[in-house]
Design a binder for this molecule. Structure first.
Ligand code: SF4
Ligand code: SF4
Length: 125
């Protein structure tokens, strides 16, 4: 049985698998870069370079991010109360798909806790 938290239970990914999946990978933590945040429309290059402290404070206040990691320079996105990504709609579709973070584009073939594997769970109805 697949457990989202346990990569050793994940299933081997193959093309087309996402079509019948409940988008369970969108319940994993999402760490994004400043480029991702700019593409998502939350900030600008200028703000990142000149006023990062205020930006982080404001994004936390708006519940867009949980925290900013000074070392990796990555933002951890806030999730919904059920653990889903804030950009996953009730039909389990990504509402920012065109501008989705790099980590989402690379998962699971290039970036994953277990490369080439993902927490596939069949969509109900
Ligand atoms: S868990 Fe796997 S199959 Fe499901 S949406 Fe994510 S990448 Fe696709
Ligand atoms: S940004 Fe979109 S693809 Fe990435 S985790 Fe959130 S809902 Fe899923």
């Amino acid at each position: 049985m697949v457990n989202i938290e346990k990569p050793n239970t994940w299933r081997k990914y193959k093309k087309g698998l996402c079509d019948t999946c409940m988008a369970s990978c969108c319940t994993l933590l999402v760490e994004v870069t400043t480029d991702d945040m700019i593409r998502l429309g939350y900030t600008s290059e200028w703000e990142v370079d000149n006023d990062l402290k205020s930006l982080v404070k404001s994004l936390k206040k708006q519940k867009i991010i949980k925290r900013f990691n000074d070392k990796s320079k990555k933002f951890l996105l806030e999730s919904l109360s059920n653990g889903d990504c804030q950009f996953l709609n009730s039909e389990r579709r990504c509402i920012v798909y065109e501008n989705r973070p790099d980590v989402c584009r690379k998962h699971p073939e290039k970036l994953s806790s277990k490369i080439g594997f993902c927490p596939y769970l069949k969509k109900v109805n």
